[in-house]
Design a protein around this ligand. Sequence first.
Ligand code: ATP
Length: 357
Amino acid sequence: MAHLTLKGINKIYPNGFHAVHDFNLEIDRGEFIVFVGPSGCGKSTTLRMIAGLENISKGDFYIDGKRANDLGPRERGVAMVFQSYALYPQMTVYDNLAFGLTLQGVDEDVIDEKVQRAAKILGLTDYLDRMPRALSGGQRQRVAVGRAIIRKVEIFLMDEPLSNLDAKQRVTMRSEITQIHRETGATTIYVTHDQTEAMTMADRIVVMKDGYIQQIGTPRELYFDPVNVFVAGFIGEPPMNFLRGTVQGGALTFGDVAFDLTEKVGDAAKYEGKELVLGFRPEGILLGERENAYRVPATVELTEMLGDNTNVYVDVADRKAILKVDPHDTPDIDSNVVFSIPFENVYLFDGETERRI
Ligand code: ATP
């Protein structure tokens, strides 16, 4: 287990592209950190700088308090699993797992013990004699993870390791990786663009966009306390709804809808004439009229029955929103409904900076 410090880390590629800006993060021993964000936001670049596969253009990286910028990948004590998990095709699963240790000249009995143990953790015991081509995608992925965990490393880095798997395999592997982390205790950094993976696996999540950190926090903090529109919309499925309007006479106004802001911000006068964004989660509403809530008239455009809930797509004065309701309460398509957003479920953002108010 290692403690990692990233101080003012930047990456500028040789073509001049500034991919990562001023990245600051302290990672505790044994923590499971997830970097999440849309394609191109700089997650892999940051991970590769930590692995020693990319040089750091500016800033300092420390492992257990020692500056590690100039250490090679092997000297950093990291194991890495990539999206493309190239296995050696001409070697059995056993030999694929054992390969790294064999190279290091580790004793055969020790290797055998470690291979058997990794195989057991990953459910590969029955496949040790097989060639990679005779495995499913999920099994190959597990061999790739096994190859990484078999070496005793302090730092475990994973870059979208589940992206080649189908939905069911992803769910299984997600919990397996969490389990492995619990058993090995290695400090882990996991890169994904999938917010569900981030939410279910992370101790803390780093949300990135365009090379900048947007927010760092526990899954709970990001869900309940997002700092801006981007994080609020990225975490949660279906995403948070946003209604953009202008403050008129102390009320957020659009179309024929007006929400009295005094309930939310006290003195609304300072926002007069400004554009604000009102956010609420699909699951943060109640059908019908309630006390201490904004009352919202809407027209139902589409419903999706998902079993445990129904997603209701509505139009609110020409803005679109999704509501999560009990399937027994599913309204008819084209019907007019009223729903309520309890004040405590309302998020307000500055319309210009998109920062939370
Ligand atoms: P993805 O989920 O698509 O892998 P990512 O968040 O991991 O995205 P990176 O791979 O870190 O993103 O890339 C960040 C940005 O840096 C992208 O705009 C990418 O095009 C750019 N980039 C990556 N490698 C290089 C390179 N060698 N030279 C120049 N630009 C690069």
